[in-house]
Design a protein around this ligand. Structure first.
Ligand code: AHR
Length: 497
């Protein structure tokens, strides 16, 4: 059997523009993500704001867009007023989600000023666990309203005259989960979220809101929760939130490396529910999807901080296989560019993250690379790709193509992303451009000797991208050989350029 996978594209087969907000991140007050992660005045790398320059430099290279803050489970017990005003007067509080001590020295100003300096689009989550809609609307006034009323004036008194104009707001976090502070039924949460969104939009009608969807695909209420919530929140929600953490707990690599197929399915199911509710409620506006937590997470479940500051929690280490899975999440978002408008890698540093700190040292984990490789080539229109080639039968995801692919067209350039899921065989690919072929190509390849290759403190560069060899054949097809367990990000140039 011919081992070659043919990927056929045509510029007319457009899915839609890639929304750059799918390259978002998530910074939660959890473990050492904020304190000892992004913010560490005691570090040798601290800048004049007390933030770690080495961490921020590495994050800037990922070119992240929407940055979700402050949680996560944390937000369901968070009162934003604890984190404003003179730092020395802010309370140290018991933080119940992660059983930690929260000093509140990093609050609204510290986060929003940082986001502004880096160029992140701020995405705030409000407390609908132990908080009320009014508290959420007051926060919108604090961050977004011109001075002249109470909370906007308080912002100015705290040193910031101009509003930050935060555009994205999550209506709570994982409210379907019994682990969540204030966990509620879909009916109770739906009404609360509607009130919060309505009151928040009264303060600033330009904001976009995200309603909590199902927090896992295996929950008993998966699907019904989403439908009920959407019916109750109605047009006050612009997006439905999806969360997904995956891992290789079963020790079945073929199955794990096919998980992108189930991300496709999750997106398509959530979209189907949004469209069904849109039809039954006769709304004109489409509710789109916000995948505001996604990543690999299955090795470290240390969740009890012992009421300490910056405890070591969820400090997962990642291997090459995980990097190939991270690539597949992003490829799935690109393939669904018409409906996935925001996505946030959970998280950014030390807590299930592409970066890990140890004292003043910084480790770049394997999953950093696919994010950077795709983010660098993200601008353009996602195209449908016809994949014709070998397949692999898996335990949980059915039969899937050995090559997982996505394509973004940007004028005369075509960005090709492809994962070889096989751990035993190379995967030759040929890209056929029905609109006229290619004249040149170049790219980067992420691979290593084995799928469990890992960057560690002693050997930090085991998993690293290298230059890929892309050739153009006589008919203008782009030809690349993907080694076993590898990821390719390539730029293919059409002759008209
Ligand atoms: O990202 C870690 C946690 O996972 C988040 O706080 C929560 O929303 C999810 O369960």
């Amino acid at each position: 059997m011919d081992p070659t996978t043919t990927l056929t594209i045509h510029p007319a087969f457009a899915v839609g523009p890639v929304d750059e907000r799918i390259f978002g991140g998530f910074l939660e007050h959890l473990g050492r993500a904020v304190y000892e992660g992004v913010h560490d005045p005691a570090s040798a790398h601290a800048d004049e704001h007390g933030n770690r320059r080495d961490v921020l430099d590495a994050l800037e290279r990922l070119w992240m867009t929407a940055m979700r803050w402050p949680g996560g489970n944390f937000v369901s017990g968070y009162h934003w007023r604890d984190g404003i005003g003179p730092v020395e007067r802010r309370p140290v509080v018991r933080e119940p989600a992660w059983k930690s001590a929260e000093p509140n020295t990093f609050g609204t100003h510290e986060f929003l000023d940082l986001a502004e300096r880096i160029g992140w689009t701020p995405m705030l989550a409000v407390n609908l666990g132990t908080g009320a809609p009014e508290e959420a609307a007051d926060w919108v006034e604090y961050t977004n309203a011109p001075t002249g009323t109470r909370w906007a004036d308080e912002r100015a008194a705290n040193g910031r005259d101009e509003p930050w104009r935060v555009p994205l707001w999550c209506l709570g976090n994982e409210m379907d989960g019994p682990w969540q502070l204030g966990h509620a039924s879909a009916e109770v949460y739906g009404r609360l979220a509607q009130q919060a969104a309505m009151q928040m939009k009264l303060v600033d009608p330009t904001i976009e809101t995200v309603a909590c969807g199902s927090s896992t695909v295996d929950s008993a209420t998966y699907g019904t929760w989403d439908r009920q919530v959407l019916e109750l929140v109605g047009g006050d929600a612009d997006h439905l939130s999806l969360h997904r953490y995956v891992g290789n707990l079963a020790g079945d690599l073929d199955d794990y490396l096919a998980v992108g197929a189930s991300v496709d399915r999750q997106i398509e199911e959530a979209d189907a529910i949004c469209r069904a509710v849109q039809a039954s409620t006769r709304r004109r506006k489409r509710t789109t999807l916000c995948f505001d937590e996604w990543n690999v997470w299955y090795r470290n479940f240390d969740m009890d901080g012992g009421w300490q500051r910056a405890p070591h929690l969820l400090e997962e280490t990642y291997d090459l296989a995980d990097a190939l899975v991270v690539a597949q999440f992003l490829l799935s978002f690109i393939r669904h560019a018409d409906v996935v408008k925001i996505a946030n890698l959970a998280q950014v540093v030390s807590v299930i993250a592409p970066l890990l700190t140890r004292g003043d040292d910084l480790l770049v984990q394997s999953i950093y690379h696919p994010f950077r490789m795709i983010s660098d080539r993200r601008a353009g229109i996602a195209l449908r790709v016809a994949v014709d080639g070998p397949t692999v039968a898996t335990r949980s995801h059915g039969t899937v193509p050995v090559v997982d692919a996505a394509v973004v067209a940007d004028g005369g350039e075509v960005h090709l992303f492809a994962v070889n899921r096989s751990t035993g065989q190379a995967a030759p690919i040929r890209v056929t451009h029905l609109g006229g072929g290619f004249a040149a190509g170049s790219g980067e390849l992420l691979t290593a000797g084995s799928p469990d290759a890992t960057n560690g403190w002693e050997h930090p560069d085991v998993v690293q991208p290298v230059a890929a060899e892309v050739t153009i054949d006589d008919e203008g097809g782009a030809v690349v050989e993907l080694p076993p367990h590898s990821f390719l990000a390539a730029k293919l140039v059409t002759p008209h350029r």
